[in-house]
Design a protein around this ligand. Sequence first.
Ligand code: ADP
Ligand code: MG
Length: 625
Amino acid sequence: MSALPSSIPPLERRPIRELPDELISQIAAGEVVERPASVVRELLDNALDAGARQVTVRLASGGVRLISVEDDGQGIPREELTVALRRHATSKIASLNDLETVGTMGFRGEALAAINAIAELSILSRFAGADGAFALDGRTGELRPVARGVGTTVEVRELFFATPARRKFLKTDATELAHCIESVRRHALARPEVGFSVWHDGKLIEQWRAADQREQRLADALSDDFVAQSVAVDHVGGPVRVVGRAGIPDAARSRGDQQFFYVNGRFVRDKVLSHAVRSAYEDVLHGQRQPVYALYLDIDPSRVDVNVHPTKIEVRFRDGREVHQAVRHAIENALAAPRAGDAVVPASAQQPFFKPNVPASGATWSQPAIHFTARERGAGDFDAMWPPRAEEAPPAPAASGWQAAGMAPSPFRAPLGLPGDAPEAPATNEEAWPLGRALAQLQGIYILAENSQGLIVVDMHAAHERIVYERLKAQLDGASITSQPLLIPATFAATPQEVATAEACAAVLPTLGLEITPFSPRTLAVRAVPGTLADGDPVELARSVLAELAQHDASSVVQRAQNELLSTMACHGAVRANRKLTLDEMNALLRQMEATERSDQCNHGRPTWRQLSIRELDALFMRGR
Ligand SMILES: Nc1ncnc2c1ncn2[C@@H]1O[C@H](COP(=O)(O)OP(=O)(O)O)[C@@H](O)[C@H]1O
Ligand SMILES: [Mg+2]
């Protein structure tokens, strides 16, 4: 045993004593108030709890100099004003039972006390029904009559003046201001019926008027794009209801800055919820892309504990599983519904995606480089990789939207040179065909079709991949993928690893509709393939599936890697670029897309089709100017 170095001085011990009240408050304040935005959050919570319909936030120097929140709520009676500043003083709960079923934003009774400990605070309030208003100075405790209508204004000046260490951690005014605005936005998105305005250094910087519709508030406080690029969510799962809007995959961003989740009106960040959202998007969003959403979960307050965190940003669900499931299903269902017609158009299609070389005035127009060729028409060399099955053969195409709309045939039609390929049918079919009637194939990559809104462009490989994927998935969800034996097994020279994987996965492969057995130590034989992929190259398919399986633990692969596996198989089985399709085949693909869930995106989250409206086409040709 070595002796302690003699240089350590003997511990100087102080007697145990209770901390002074002010220090207790300052320590407690550290938990609640991290920066100006925390004060904004607490004061807005109070204003909303008081039933405010209009809230005005005034800030100076990013909120460090001044935060004032004015509301027209019920106010505070004169004799309670001083009580409001005490620690653990609240009008919102009185018993443990109240706590367990609390429906207000606040209940801990510590915000005003905390703020008063670290800033200069004053409250001006007039209680509903009282004859006058009073102002309380938090420092001196002085109460004096003032003039104002019913409601409350809380003013907070010189935040952290008493705790300079905290003040040093603040960022620039601009950054603190941004956080304050975000805090107001979070409240505004929760309560569309309340009007909000934000002033900074004397200038009005945000104003969101009271709205009857949540969509309106989302458009005002986020953007019109947020609404245009999202789908409505409304789902009940057990005791949980989830409403709101979920962004289409196309609207995903690199940052998760448009993700708003509310539980009983309270903005929260919760692992269960974010995981549920993530898994709902797993299938349609690739890599690190962050979905956008504003979702509102309603649940019996007794099934969620909101008293987990001083700032109440975290919650704990009594049954995390039921919540996870409800959220996941809510989003999956919303995204899966094929969004046909106007609502379907991916919002990015609302900007023209063919970039016309719009000339500076007087310059000559250069045509967008679109070359139509007629040769794709022939079924001649289509090699049955993707035959339209008899039962999927398309019904007669509907009348052209342009004709239905009484418009002159578009000049687009002439160069297409597809005489006699468009038997006319009653316009009533139109409705049933959101993706319209195939016109031609472009560069062996795209299918062009017309619907009542204009031109549809389909990425045929991406679209077909989605269809095959969903088909395989539906089968696998049932039990296993329907397999089709090959008349003559396809053998191929395999690597030792491929042979080993085929042996290790002998039990798993049949669920994927595959039978791959060793033929010799260096040869594998493919004996059966999924019926859906029967027309593809069995060897290529076997190789890619074995490569995928080799990366996973064979026993759990179907559960854990199911989606990646199916995605590999689908990509393999989908019609390739440069494969020529007949119009019938193109129409069959369009009809399958309409019937397929999530057909708006391929499994990698890329869009499978776009709409170019007549209006956009007109703009391209400067018609109607
Ligand atoms: N804007 C307001 N309008 C009406 N009453 C308010 C307002 N702000 C605070 N109060 C009253 O002061 C009390 C203390 O507020 P606070 O410290 O934030 O605790 P809590 O919100 O948890 O009750 C509240 O319970 C409420 O009665
Ligand atoms: Mg409060």
